[in-house]
Design a protein around this ligand. Structure first.
Ligand SMILES: CC(C)(COP(=O)(O)OP(=O)(O)OC[C@H]1O[C@@H](n2cnc3c(N)ncnc32)[C@H](O)[C@@H]1OP(=O)(O)O)[C@@H](O)C(=O)NCCC(=O)NCCS
Length: 178
């Protein structure tokens, strides 16, 4: 068996916006409105990149100063194939949200998503107690839920009809080591 190529992880800038949008849209699971929100979140992530790989949304409004977002990209053969974005959950002690992630369908199943989650968790170790991620209970999100379980997240709650009638919210969490 040939070993998997290891993705190269890097910080993202506004120059990556269109490729990030392309990847997110190509997954085929997000509605148009969600794609717009993903693009907005990404813009906030890279609005004022922090010094150590965290795009801190400073300077773009008081709300974002309180709620910075961080983003990271993954490349295979020098092409961006995945991204992830996370931030501290307001009004909590040490809880962080994985807000968004997407991997180009052509690169899925090759370890890119898990590399992104692992690096997010590495950066959060010592700062975060709990990582939380919401996803849909829809059948087409089955692979997404399987992915979160595979990388150590546990489905802890389900809110019926949260996104739309018949489209439940499933909340996954993972406790990080102190
Ligand atoms: C979910 C997603 C980010 C996973 O990224 P990925 O690069 O394909 O995931 P990985 O290759 O790192 O998979 C890690 C493990 O997750 C599990 N997994 C991944 N895809 C799976 C699938 N389609 N079905 C079942 N399990 C799956 C496997 O256990 C896998 O380990 P293995 O390859 O050793 O078997 C990607 O599929 C994606 O972008 N999906 C659409 C967008 C999305 O749902 N984003 C999250 C929004 S909440």
């Amino acid at each position: 068996m040939t070993p998997r190529a290891r993705p190269r992880l890097r910080d993202l800038t506004s120059a990556d916006s269109s490729r990030v949008h392309e990847i997110t849209a190509a997954t085929g699971v997000f509605r148009e409105e969600e794609l717009e929100i993903a693009a907005e979140v990404f813009r906030d992530c890279v609005a004022a990149p922090g010094p150590s790989g965290g795009g801190v949304g400073a300077g773009v409004g008081a709300e974002l100063q309180l709620r910075p977002y961080y983003a990271l990209g993954a490349e295979l053969e020098n092409r961006l194939v995945g991204w992830i974005c996370w931030g501290q959950t307001p009004c909590t002690e040490g809880t962080w949200d994985l807000y968004w992630m997407a991997v180009d369908p052509a690169a899925q199943g090759a370890g890119v998503g898990s590399a992104l989650v692992l690096e997010m968790e590495r950066r959060l170790t010592g700062r975060a107690r709990l990582v939380s991620v919401d996803t849909s209970g829809r059948a087409d999100y089955g692979p997404t839920r399987a992915f979160y379980e595979a990388v150590g997240y546990r489905a802890v709650a389900r809110v019926p009809d949260f996104y739309a009638p018949g489209d439940d919210q499933v909340i996954f969490t993972k406790a990080l080591p102190e």
